[in-house]
Design a protein around this ligand. Structure first.
Ligand code: CP
Ligand code: NVA
Length: 314
């Protein structure tokens, strides 16, 4: 568990948690989403459980969904946000992450960081006396995968009975999927070109956790019998080798032919932003199997549940 100092509850990586904690966060998000059905968008929760609390959102990389969903989540829970771009802060002029953590902890009740490097997130968490939430690093994207699980379960039922196939780059989102399946159950097959396999560290963790995770090279084999096919962009925000990645990943495009090898009725997910007609065709993105916009919406519902877990209610 991520209780590092006093009552300080971070949300750094899914493999820091036990199955019950993650299950409760997903179920609470579903309950809050259902309870709001029919309410106006942006409407505050009646009991405003985070009234009087403030969250700082720090971005070392661009964002649309993570920024807006955290901002709306805090507003709906009755709290406030301060959105900061790292470049506009003294961080950008060399103030240390440790000192930034100590200072911000005097002003706000929680900090979400989208980090250029995972080590920046760990540094912030080590020195903050308030909860720190991982809003994506080069190594993981746990909030995204919690929203993915909520979406998958809405469409297909319990994660423990699903076969999820990840196709393409074995990247940060794939790593959080490996953690999720290792903690919560389900079966995950990854089809990735060898140079872009997930890190040895995450695969060793999966082995030690006895997770039902298989890694292969063929995208066609990876999607066989899948209930859900997932992909992500070929070049992530921290990647530099764009041309090499395009060449390696071309055979991994999710198109109608690849989807037809999954189980009938299989869904398609993508954390977005998508590079249409690169990693996924328009036909799949806009087709009947695609649940990508439910997935994007669920970022909001899951953030609320994560915030309540980390910051607590009144
Ligand atoms: N999926 C996701 O994290 O999107 P943003 O980069 O827009 O936040
Ligand atoms: N893997 C992508 C996810 C974007 C939300 C990246 O890190 O850029």
């Amino acid at each position: 568990m991520n209780r590092v100092s006093g009552n300080n509850m971070h949300f750094l990586d899914l493999n820091d948690f036990d199955a019950k904690t993650l299950r409760d966060i997903v179920d609470n998000a579903r309950r809050m989403k259902e309870a709001r059905r029919g309410s106006p968008r942006g409407h505050r929760e009646k009991d405003e459980p985070l009234k009087g609390k403030a969250l700082a959102l720090i971005f070392e990389r661009p964002s649309t969904r993570t920024r807006v969903s955290f901002e709306m989540a805090m507003k709906q829970l009755g709290g406030e946000v301060i959105v900061l771009s790292a470049n506009d802060m003294q961080l950008g002029r060399g103030e240390t992450i440790a000192d930034t953590a100590r200072v911000l902890s005097r002003y706000v009740d929680g900090i979400m960081l989208r980090a250029a490097r995972h080590s920046n997130l760990l540094d912030l968490a080590r020195h903050a006396s308030v909860p720190v939430i991982n809003g994506l690093t080069d190594l993981s994207h746990p909030c995204q995968v919690m929203a993915d699980i909520l979406t998958l379960e809405e469409h297909k039922g319990p994660l423990s009975r699903q076969h999820v196939s990840w196709v393409g780059d074995g990247n940060n989102v794939a790593a959080s999927w490996i953690h999720a399946v290792g903690v919560m159950g389900g079966k995950l097959t990854l089809g990735c070109p060898e140079p872009l396999h997930p890190t040895r560290e995450v695969m060793s963790w999966a082995k030690a956790a006895r997770a039902d995770v298989s890694l292969m090279v063929s995208p066609e084999d990876a999607v066989k019998d899948a209930d859900c096919v997932i992909t992500d962009c070929w070049v992530s925000m921290h990647d530099k080798d764009g041309e090499t990645r395009h060449n390696l990943l071309k055979p991994y495009q999710v198109n109608k032919a690849l989807m037809s090898r999954a189980k009938p009725g299989a869904i398609f997910m993508h954390c977005l932003p998508a590079h249409r007609n690169e990693e996924v065709t328009d036909e799949v993105m806009d087709g009947p199997a695609s649940v990508v916009f439910d997935e994007a919406e669920n970022r909001l519902h899951i953030q609320k549940s994560i915030l309540l877990h980390c910051l607590g209610g009144k």
